[in-house]
Design a protein around this ligand. Structure first.
Ligand SMILES: NC(=O)C1=CN([C@@H]2O[C@H](COP(=O)(O)OP(=O)(O)OC[C@H]3O[C@@H](n4cnc5c(N)ncnc54)[C@H](O)[C@@H]3O)[C@@H](O)[C@H]2O)C=CC1
Ligand SMILES: O=C(O)C(=O)CO
Length: 323
């Protein structure tokens, strides 16, 4: 019997993939930073029983139609907006993601991004590096306090709740808006559920942690920024397309809001000459929410375990359920 064929779309640590090498012929795109070009991915998908994919690979109908042997897609991310999951399910292809193991790491980064934006950490570090520091000044690089302020979390799921837990250490008031009530966050962390409008109007920090769906696409737009306080800071660690970036840029230029911390963008990588990136009150990061060594290795391991399970006839640990 021929072994299954697995294609991995980015260079990953082989140690975490050991189990797959025992049961399959495994091929890996050799580059860490350069993505596998679409035409090569389509060619590989035609033969593949399993694909280990990145969030930057579009696993759409065209690709799935070519992939006549495909049984499993293991996405190296909790988000799966890059995959047409309904179409995959209709074709009997199992899709898996990497929830839970990245929750704390992503919440740490999100809170760090919030602190960096509010307290102008990147600007301040550049100030020293660029030899601009001439003397101590009463309002030199003064930012906004974080402690005892109000944080409004849109998307109180796993990462949202882990972020709320961090906010309690800063004695913040926690508001949230979610598809349904999160009683654990209410009872343990004192979070208060409210409408999106109330959250936008009253929060000092508005943080988006929803998945990207038809409902959340451009949820943050001109109207939402107009509702926010002029001192508010917007943080996005979910997906770029939940924001209308032109509206965000205008809100920042018109001083409708005070700043933004962005880990994700509509088009990634965002170019350095994008108007948003040039603003001094924007902290822009290259989608590093889950990027700790420990977490990224665990994510690869979980992808491998999921793929191993499906290819050996077992139920994977973290299968994406189509709603
Ligand atoms: N920046 C980064 O590197 C990372 C980004 N992410 C993003 O964070 C997202 C959330 O991850 P988890 O917390 O693990 O997922 P989760 O599924 O536990 O939480 C998402 C929450 O959003 C809520 N939600 C969905 N649609 C909504 C809407 N229209 N309005 C209000 N709330 C809504 C859901 O009810 C759920 O509670 C991922 O889907 C991914 O896009 C995740 C990990 C790392
Ligand atoms: O897991 C995700 O959805 C990410 O964006 C990266 O970890």
């Amino acid at each position: 019997m021929t072994k299954p064929y697995i294609f991995i779309t980015r260079k990953c640590s082989e140690q975490q993939l050991k189990a797959l090498y025992e049961i399959a012929d495994v091929e890996m795109w050799p580059e860490e930073e350069a993505p596998c070009p679409r035409e090569i991915l389509v060619e590989k998908a035609k033969m593949a029983d399993g694909l280990l994919t990145m969030l930057s690979d579009s696993i759409d109908q065209e690709l799935l139609d070519c992939a006549t042997n495909l049984k499993v897609v293991a996405n190296l991310a909790v988000g799966f907006d890059n995959i047409d999951i309904k179409y995959a399910e209709a074709k009997g292809i199992v899709v898996c993601n990497t929830p839970d193991i990245l929750t704390d790491t992503t919440a740490d980064l999100t809170f760090g991004l919030l602190l960096s934006t509010a307290r102008r950490l990147i600007e301040a570090a550049d100030y020293v590096k660029n030899n601009q520091w001439k003397s101590w000044g009463p309002l030199l690089l003064a930012g906004y306090d974080v402690h005892h302020k109000t944080i409004g979390i849109v998307g109180m799921g796993k990462i949202g709740q882990a972020l709320a837990k961090r906010a309690t250490g800063f004695e913040m008031d926690i508001l949230y808006h979610n598809r349904s009530r999160n009683t654990e966050a209410e009872e343990i962390l004192g979070a208060r559920y409210c409408s999106l409008d109330e959250l936008l109007q009253t929060s000092d920090f508005v943080v988006c942690l929803t998945p990207l769906t038809n409902d959340t696409k451009e949820l943050f737009n001109k109207i939402s920024f107009q509702k926010m306080k002029s001192t508010a800071i917007f943080i996005n660690a979910s997906r770029g397309a939940v924001v209308n970036e032109r509206d965000l840029y205008e809100a920042l230029i018109d001083k409708e809001i005070a700043g933004a911390g962005l880990d994700v963008f509509t088009k990634e990588p965002i170019s350095a000459d994008h108007p948003l990136v040039g603003l001094p009150n924007v902290v822009a990061l290259p989608h590093i929410g889950s990027a700790s060594i420990e977490t990224r290795l665990s994510m690869v391991e979980l992808c491998a375990a999921n793929m191993y399970a499906v290819l050996t006839g077992m139920e994977p640990k973290t299968r994406v359920k189509v709603k």
